[in-house]
Design a protein around this ligand. Structure first.
Ligand code: XIL
Length: 390
């Protein structure tokens, strides 16, 4: 008598193996297709020639624009070669971490402005504007936060933090990212607001955004107040949903008379992303501008995690992403500034947050690790040179 259990088990195993093989084949085909697309991104004949010897800040200024970058005292103070280059290229400095809650708030009743104060002095000594990032974010909160902040005291912590920090730098700030990354359509609300893992929404409800802008405006009436958001750049469903939610949020804020002056588009681009749609991006920028808002590109860099390892090929693809993106962006008259998230590959958050699996160094920024301009630098320079006057 056959052992039916064994036969059934064997059949299930075979069927399982067969479907596994199919899944594997589909996966391989997908990867091959992606690789072909990536190869197509590289057009070795495209050149990134530049004219003249002007720095990025000079080229930006020629068009009535600002160029800047994010950094910290831990780099600008000890690394004088980097600091010198930074002051040559940039006319805006934004603290990469110094003004986040986890840096500013060592304890519930303490503020530590030491790094921020060092940076604002450094910026002004070198003729750069200073930009604040960021007053309200669900991320980078101090360790004590979870234990101490609750629905009863959240509003007090929130308003006190915003008022104290904006007052401290009042008159010295070009602009403030008042609220960062409040949109997450995946969380399932019809207005697209992030409502998971965010104490601000959980404790204060959706009106926390408006409240933040009002408190900031009262404490520093001179700074440009910015709403800053990620994941808005490409023609993919998630970005489409985020663009639409951001527009609705901005419309709501404007219709309530909220003191908001600009949208910050983070612009962490991906070198292997093939869904760049100039028309859709243009339309979005135009819609934002028609609300009477300015636009800043606040955290530009190009992830190269999945690009071919050859630096020549990689740099070509990265430069093309920079130039294609900025050419569209700078055509919009409401744009006032372009900031990269770091200036040199010597210091990029992506080496930690988006490293390459082959261990090769990431190359997402305008200068290489030796502070030498790469094609990405040329691409930014070319975009400024081609830009209409702002
Ligand atoms: C990043 C910094 O670069 C890292 O050094 C830090 O540890 C985490 O935050 N969007 C933002 C920035 O608004 O604040 C983030 O900066 C990058 C993504």
């Amino acid at each position: 008598m056959p052992n039916y259990r064994l036969v059934t088990r064997r059949r299930t195993l075979c069927m399982g193996l067969a479907s596994l093989t199919t899944i594997k084949a589909v996966e391989i085909a997908k990867i091959e297709q992606q690789n072909r697309q990536i190869q197509m991104l590289d057009n070795p004949t495209r050149d990134f020639k530049i004219l003249g010897k002007k720095t990025l800040r000079e080229r930006a200024l020629d068009k009535g624009l600002f160029f800047g970058s994010a950094s910290g005292e831990d780099k600008l103070s000890p690394d004088t070669a980097f600091a010198t280059r930074f002051t040559k290229e940039c006319n805006i400095l934004v603290p990469e971490g110094a003004l986040k809650w986890n840096a500013l708030r060592p304890a519930p009743n303490k503020f530590d402005f030491s790094e921020g104060d060092w940076l604002v002095k450094f910026a002004h000594t070198h003729g750069m504007l200073f930009r604040g990032h960021t007053l309200v974010w669900h991320y980078a909160l101090p360790k004590w936060f979870k234990e101490i902040v609750n629905p009863q005291n959240a509003e007090k912590f929130f308003t006190e933090h915003i008022a104290t920090v904006t007052k401290h730098y009042a008159g010295q700030m070009h602009s403030w990212d008042v609220v960062n990354e409040a949109i997450e359509p995946d969380d399932g609300r019809s207005d697209g607001l992030r409502n998971k893992n965010t104490p601000w929404f959980e404790f204060l409800g959706p009106d926390y955004i408006e409240l933040a802008f009002r408190v900031a405006a009262e404490a520093d009436p001179k700074a440009l107040l910015v709403y800053n958001e990620a994941g808005l750049e490409y023609d993919i469903p998630t970005h489409e949903a985020r663009r639409s939610a951001v527009l609705k949020l901005l419309e709501r804020l404007k219709s309530k008379g909220t003191p908001i002056h600009a949208l910050g588009i983070q612009s962490h681009l991906a070198g292997d992303e093939t869904h760049f749609n100039p028309k859709k991006l243009q339309k979005f920028l135009n819609d934002v501008a028609s609300l009477g808002l300015k636009i800043l590109i606040t955290e530009l860099d190009v992830k190269d995690q999945r690009l071919p390892v050859d630096p020549t090929v990689r740099d070509h693809i990265i430069a093309a992403a920079y130039e294609d993106y900025l050419s569209v962006v700078l055509d919009e008259p409401a744009v006032i500034a372009v900031l990269t998230w770091g200036l040199s590959d010597r210091y990029s958050w992506l080496s930690i947050y988006s490293p390459r699996s082959d261990g090769a160094l990431v190359r997402p920024l305008p200068l290489d690790v030796n502070l030498k301009p790469k094609l990405a630098w040329n691409a930014i320079a070319r975009a400024f040179d081609k830009s209409p006057k702002h």
